[in-house]
Design a protein around this ligand. Structure first.
Ligand code: 5GP
Length: 186
């Protein structure tokens, strides 16, 4: 786990800003507008998988004007290079009966696609009225399973990124922008 001797060492891990705070705020507004238009008055449940999407979820939720609830899940993945699916365990589940809701999953990033491929399968089996996936970031070049979100706000190249909820070793989630992480050893 990264331990930082100085603020300079900490800052040196932020290589380059890929998406600015202003661009993210515009994407948050756009996400909420799309939700407000699609679900015009019908009760919805916004679901996030902790922790990466918690800031995106909070910012979008502040701008949602249709009747809505939020819920959070945690999941443990057991993937390796030879296993591409079927290995996700929900470690904290949502309590709502999904039959009563239109469900919108709010995700931070779709990378290989394996986590959401499994979570969507699990949640669809609970017969929600409908289910959509919205992701802030998408790395299609890394995909290992046939999964795409219904809406992706930004497509990014194959870089490890931090900020706006996304961490490296639990650090950097509070950056107001999305940055490429500097993997170089000091
Ligand atoms: P998957 O590979 O199943 O699509 O993504 C699993 C999880 O890996 C994501 O929800 C996210 O938490 C994490 N992840 C994937 N790519 C990145 C990245 O570039 N930066 C960070 N901080 N997490 C990532």
């Amino acid at each position: 786990m990264a331990r930082f001797d100085s603020i300079e060492a900490y800052k040196s891990k932020i290589k380059k800003i890929l998406i600015t705070e202003e661009e993210i705020q515009a994407a948050v507004t756009k996400t909420a507008e799309i939700i407000n238009n699609i679900y015009d008055g019908t009760p919805i449940l916004l679901v996030s998988i902790l922790k990466g999407a918690f800031i995106y979820m909070a910012e979008v939720y502040k701008n949602v004007t249709v009747p809505s609830e939020i819920a959070f899940m945690t999941a443990q993945s057991y993937f390796n290079d030879t296993v591409s699916s079927g290995k996700v365990e929900i470690t904290m589940d949502i309590k709502q009966k999904l039959e009563d809701y239109h469900v919108v999953i709010i995700e931070d990033i779709v990378d290989t696609g394996r986590t959401l491929f499994e979570i969507v399968k699990i949640l669809k089996a609970r017969n929600p009225k409908s289910l959509r996936v919205i992701t802030l970031l998408d790395k299609p070049s890394r995909r290992l399973v046939d999964f795409n979100a219904d809406l992706s706000l930004f497509t990014i190249p194959d870089h490890f990124v931090v900020g706006f909820g996304l961490d490296c070793g639990e650090y950097f989630r509070n950056l107001p922008y999305i940055a490429e992480y500097n993997n170089d050893e000091e």
